[in-house]
Design a protein. Structure first.
Length: 311
């Protein structure tokens, strides 16, 4: 297949490009580098089946030749970005999704939207199945990301119903691994960065809130399986192993040998108290389950950040 990956120089996008190339496909990565980095795809520079296009998907997209699939991952996704570039996040979720859907329609290509567990907001149902409509504050700081993705899902289904575009929607739960930005603002790089500097880990609230962490190779496998399936409805991809943030911090300190301990700060507004996917549909429809254990995945991620932080 000849596949366009938007956000292809980002954390998840670059790993997806690696997997698609390993599977024998031709890959075009598109990224405006607002949060992505060419460092993530530098190792692909000599691959004749790989091409990089520096472009913002909120502008008109032109890709010559055939396309068999469009995988739309482009979007800043970190809490620090919600404050820094909120309008760009809203534009890539709306205009960017519209443009990539139009491209897929024009090329008669399959379309996969990388959505997020954030469409569930601060959930009142636990764990979260795809049938849950969510509990989102549309005017909160996090609303720029949550509502951008909710709109993206809505327009994706509209193109499916009205224009018969062959669509897929993946709802991604907390994902971690090498190539995350150290200044990402999410809990994994925050904790690992602090731990490798021997500092106390900053936990917001009392640390009782929970998350479920999925290693990036597992996520990418689920994404590829969904693309190749016939399922048009949303599918959760994430690790159902739920851990408290306090326990997670203690694990990071143990794995890094950090004696800095933990400090507690006030919980940010609208921060979800629980996050755990119901992956029944992924198991049933895709035969997918996470394979990488938390401590194994964290060890790989810690080594990546350790190498990046060396002078």
């Amino acid at each position: 297949m000849r596949i366009l990956v938007t956000g292809g120089a980002g954390f998840i996008g670059s790993h997806l490009c690696d997997r698609l190339l390993a599977d024998g496909h031709e890959v075009i990565a598109m990224d405006n580098l607002i949060t992505g980095s060419t460092d993530n795809i530098a190792h692909l520079a000599g691959n004749r089946r790989f091409k990089f296009i520096h472009h913002d998907v909120t502008d008109y997209i032109y890709v010559p030749g055939r396309l068999d699939a469009v995988m739309h991952l482009a979007s800043p996704a970190s809490p620090v970005d919600f404050d820094r570039i909120p309008i760009q996040i809203l534009k890539v979720g709306s205009l960017g999704t519209h443009n990539t859907l139009g491209l897929a329609w024009g090329k008669a290509a399959r379309f996969l939207l990388a959505s997020t567990s954030e469409v569930y907001g601060d959930p009142l149902v636990h764990p979260q199945p795809e049938s849950y409509w969510g509990n989102v504050n549309p005017i909160g700081v996090r609303g720029v990301y949550d509502e951008a993705k909710r709109f993206a899902e809505a327009i994706t289904m509209a193109y499916h119903r009205i224009h018969a575009v062959d669509t897929r929607i993946i709802r991604i739960f907390n994902t971690y691994g090498p190539r995350m930005r150290l200044d990402d603002g999410r809990v994994v790089p925050n904790f690992i960065g602090q731990a490798l500097q021997g500092r106390p880990l900053t936990v917001y609230g009392d640390g009782g809130q929970t998350r479920s962490f999925c290693y990036v190779s597992d996520l990418v496998d689920g994404m590829v399986r969904l693309l190749m399936s016939d399922e048009t409805g949303p599918v959760n991809i994430g690790n159902p192993l739920e851990v408290s943030i306090r326990t997670f911090a203690e694990t990071i300190n143990r794995l890094t040998g950090n004696a800095g301990g933990i400090v507690y700060r006030p919980l940010p507004a609208d921060d979800p108290k629980q996050r755990r996917p119901d992956i029944t549909r992924a198991r049933t429809l895709l035969g997918w389950e996470p394979q990488v254990g938390l401590e194994d995945g964290l060890a790989r991620t810690i080594e990546y950040f350790r190498a990046r932080m060396q002078p």
